[in-house]
Design a protein around this ligand. Structure first.
Ligand code: MN
Length: 386
């Protein structure tokens, strides 16, 4: 039987790569829903090619044009706005997997909606778990839903833990490429350009996550994500710099054994794993060759240079609304940086200020978290726009 799949964010980097995989195995998968935000041209093209039952454009001002472009597809249900994603998840029948490749906090409600419907989720939107880890993981437990990580580090840890007793974990070791500024001095960072920050050495990704990699906030979020997915306390989640991005993460067990997962840095590998989990299917692109000229090196991260990493550990220790606050501040600060309104080193400054001054609450519900998200965004937007 074909796996029936919904892809949220199909025009983004994750979405495009997943459709590339699905295109190679049409006998195995059926695309039931596709969504995009502003890239109407690509979304229309994808809908014409994959013929899903549902298509959503979340930028509402584009809805009429979008519908018009697809009017010959008589059976297509076409929705607009972020609400349209929730409506599609609600109405779609017998879905086997939702792939959440949305960017930022916009991914949260689609995640909770998917889980509430009892559908397994391949989660590339780490912000869902950063903001509301407690709520998302508890909902998944109640609804017997698997959250299959797409993030390469968490996919690696997940694979290392198959067949293992989780109480025997000593440490999770997340690898980090270090991004484009690994070898820059701290005091050079205030002058880096947008173009330099967007130039990631190893991974092909969207703009937001590429900046998060340059500040290492991405790794900080991944520490938070690992805490919720694998239930290991922050002091036993370590980050190690590994510039080649071949070892995707490791688990150290109490007996001194370390398991690692290795592959080329290609998101299609963890994506295909999440698509087929618990099975494995053939990978059709180039693989890793140990007889090549690879050196694998590892060293500790510079917490002073990459303050965002510290801020993420701090938010995780504070708990409650703190991770939601740093996520909101980060999204807006990155946007300001990409628009040329703040410099690179102001990103951690803004996040730190919001973290320590936001309206912290210990046991937030979803509404509290969405409120903190809005408040923190407004403060960053109004405080730093020049
Ligand atoms: Mn990652």
């Amino acid at each position: 039987m074909k796996k029936r799949i919904i892809i949220l964010g199909s025009t983004g980097s994750i979405g495009r790569q997943i459709l590339e995989i699905l295109d190679c195995f049409p006998e195995n998968y059926e695309v039931v829903g596709l969504t995009g935000h502003r890239n109407i041209g690509l979304l229309v093209e994808q809908v014409k090619k994959f013929k899903p039952e549902f298509a959503v454009i979340t930028e509402e001002t584009l809805y009429n044009d979008f519908k018009e472009s697809l009017k010959e597809l008589k059976h297509l249900k076409c929705y607009g706005g972020h609400q349209g994603i929730l409506q599609m998840i609600e109405e779609a029948d017998t879905i086997n997997l939702v792939v959440n490749g949305l960017i930022g906090a916009a991914g949260l409600l689609p995640t909770t909606k998917t889980i509430e419907k009892g559908i397994n989720i391949a989660l590339a939107n780490k912000e869902s778990i950063v903001i509301a880890g407690n709520i998302v993981t508890e909902l998944a437990r109640l609804n017997n839903v698997e959250i299959i990580p797409v993030d390469s580090e968490h996919s690696a840890i997940w694979q290392c833990l198959i067949g293992e007793d989780k109480s025997k974990i000593k440490k999770l070791i997340l690898t980090a490429s270090g991004g484009p500024f690994l070898n820059r001095e701290k005091d050079e960072l205030s002058n880096v350009s947008i173009k330099e920050a967007l130039n990631h050495p190893n991974w092909y990704m969207g703009r937001k996550i590429t900046i998060d990699s340059a500040t290492m906030m991405n790794k900080g979020f991944e520490v938070i994500e690992a805490f919720w997915l694998f239930n290991v306390p922050p002091e036993r989640i370590k980050v190690v710099i590994h510039p080649q991005s071949i070892v995707h993460s490791m688990v150290e067990f109490i007996d001194g054994t370390i398991k690692a997962q290795l592959s080329l840095p290609d998101m299609k590998i963890p994506l295909q794993y999440a698509l087929n989990y618990p099975e494995r299917r053939e990978y059709l692109w180039n693989g890793f060759d140990f007889l090549g000229r690879y050196d694998l090196s590892f060293y500790p991260p510079d917490f002073e240079k990459f303050e965002c990493l510290n801020l993420a550990y701090e938010a995780l220790r504070m708990g409650g609304t703190a991770p939601a606050a740093i996520n909101a501040a980060n999204e807006e600060a990155v946007e300001l940086f990409l628009n040329g309104n703040v410099n690179f080193t102001q990103i951690p400054e803004i996040i730190g200020e919001i973290l320590y001054t936001h309206n912290w609450k210990e046991n937030p519900n979803l509404d509290d978290l969405l409120m903190v998200d809005r408040e923190c965004r407004t403060r960053v937007k109004t405080g730093y726009y020049k």
